[in-house]
Design a protein around this ligand. Structure first.
Ligand code: ADP
Ligand code: GLC
Length: 482
């Protein structure tokens, strides 16, 4: 089976969040299962700076673009026996950030990612690579499906290609002014409610939902939630219409990169049979965040997160003093919106002995937090899947999560009597519910024997990609021959 994936971020080339982890790992596991997978992403400055041995795949390809004929190049990198293709268009992608600065999105994101989609399709044709499936991820790749339907429908090279559109986060839709359609070479007639119009604007994500052969999200629970007004971000009606072709497939974990026994970022390696190294990791973590060594015997709650409304930082700000009162310390690594940066900085000023904060994107430090914390907190307002709870489980760090989306699918409340379960969860998006869940975790932490059982339950959880990739494989087959 030949599959082409389009994603705006892919590990190890460019990453702002979980999308990159997923599109970095899934192709590898699909290829283990026998598929031929090509992955396309933009050539960002971040990727250029890695100085990888890239080869020219296509040189100076010409493409009709409304204002003028545009040219672009495509570079290729072989990694893990896969081919990754980078669309080079410096005026769009050679920038400091992928999507925007901390102050806001780049104003030309519509043109940037539409160009990426169209260029990827043109490249396939130029290379003569005809996939059975185009698998587009999130709004940045969604317009590929509009181009397939409206610009290439008569082209025999493309006419038999089927598609899958994956929604990693329904809140990010790619919404632009009406006049964008003409500037990206799509018929203005698409500006109607049955097509791309959405409350007076153009909505890229809608293209993915409308024009794909099938749609999926990244957990079973989220695939249900998004069909309700509460989680639908205005698209629940459309998603309900597509429910016969709407699936939920839980993301996996690439345990080759997330394994405390081999992790090169952490101070000491450890595994379920020998947990001594975890104490060394905790000591190292406390040092990295300049917290007092006495905290080694107290529970440490870690977080690694985008600082965005989705992730529950308003709730955390309300709860933080009671978390300290429960006896726990807090460590947060995050980047994102200034309002949350400032709120966290002011808490940190007040409680420097209890709260370690780093406003940065730092892969090594993230691994240290998964390994060295006792508890991992994810108080999300909504969470399509969530990878960080699955990573912390493997490092024997116990998740405390809000019961939503993939968090609800992956975490089962620990029962101190039966000793079953892998974490703690709360339902209401309220301070008291969050604090109560942290207290339950701290209470079990104080009971060393039970805590050991819980840590072993956590490490034993298996979210390997093999299982999820097999589900994608089945879905591709269903798409090809319904
Ligand atoms: P989302 O994609 O919504 O941000 P996920 O839980 O799916 O949430 O994935 C987040 C990914 O980004 C994880 O790999 C996590 O380790 C990583 N991450 C988030 N913030 C940071 C940060 N500040 N530094 C390093 N890694 C981060
Ligand atoms: C999104 C979601 C997150 C999910 C990730 C990868 O960024 O917010 O929950 O894990 O995509 O699918």
């Amino acid at each position: 089976m030949k599959i082409v994936m389009l994603s705006s971020e892919v590990v190890p080339y460019a990453k702002t969040g979980g999308l990159a982890d997923v599109t970095g790992a899934l192709p590898k596991y699909l290829s283990h299962a026998g598929a031929e997978v090509l992955v396309f992403l933009p050539l960002y400055r971040e990727t250029k700076n890695k100085n990888l041995p890239l080869q020219k795949a296509v040189d100076s390809l010409k493409m009709e673009w409304p204002a003028q004929t545009e040219s672009f190049s495509v570079w290729k990198h072989r990694h893990d026996s896969l081919s990754f293709f980078f669309v080079e268009k410096d005026e769009y992608f050679d920038r400091d950030y992928l999507y925007g600065t901390p102050k806001g999105d780049y104003p030309d994101n519509g043109e940037r990612f539409a160009f990426f989609c169209r260029a990827a399709l043109e490249t396939l044709k130029a290379m003569g690579f005809q996939p059975e499936i185009i698998h587009a991820h999130d709004w940045q790749a969604a317009m590929a499906l509009a181009y397939l339907k409206f610009n290439y429908a008569q082209d025999p090279f493309f006419s038999s290609i089927r598609s899958l559109f994956t929604i990693h986060n329904l809140a990010y839709q790619g919404i632009f002014e009406k006049d964008l359609l003409a500037r990206i070479g799509l018929p203005e007639a698409l500006f109607n409610m049955e097509d791309l119009e959405f409350y007076g604007k153009v909505n890229f994500l809608k293209a993915g939902i409308l024009y794909s052969t099938a749609v999926n999200t990244v957990s079973p629970h989220y695939s249900q939630e998004i069909q309700t007004p509460e989680f639908g971000h205005g698209l629940d009606g459309l998603l309900r219409k597509r429910r016969q072709n709407l699936y939920g497939i839980l993301n996996g974990v690439d345990y080759s990169g997330w394994n405390p026994a081999t992790d090169r970022f952490i101070a000491r390696n450890f595994d379920a049979d020998n947990l001594a190294g975890k104490t060394g990791c905790k000591r190292d973590l406390l040092q990295s965040f300049s917290l007092p060594p006495e905290a080694e015997t107290e529970p440490v709650v870690g977080m690694v997160s985008r600082l965005a409304g989705q992730k529950g930082f308003d709730l955390l700000s309300q709860a933080v003093e009671e978390i300290f009162r429960s006896g726990a310390n807090l460590i947060i690594l995050g980047t994102g919106e200034e309002v949350y940066q400032n709120a966290l900085r002011s808490v940190q000023k007040k409680y420097p002995q209890r709260f370690g904060l780093m406003i940065a994107f730092d892969e090594a430090l993230a691994h240290k937090i998964y390994a060295g914390s006792d508890i991992f907190l994810i108080p999300s307002r909504y969470e399509p899947c969530g990878l960080t709870q699955m990573y912390s489980l493997r490092y024997g760090t116990i998740p405390v999560v809000r019961a939503t989306g993939g968090l609800d699918d992956t975490i089962q409340e620990f029962d101190p009597d039966s000793l079953a379960g892998n974490g703690f969860k709360f339902v209401d998006y309220e301070k008291i519910a969050l604090v109560d869940a942290v207290r339950r975790a701290v209470a079990v932490y104080q009971d060393k024997e039970r805590w050991q059982v819980l840590v072993r339950n956590a490490i034993a959880c298996d979210f390997s990609w093999e299982k999820s990739a097999a589900e994608y494989f089945r879905l591709y087959k269903r798409i090809i021959s319904p």
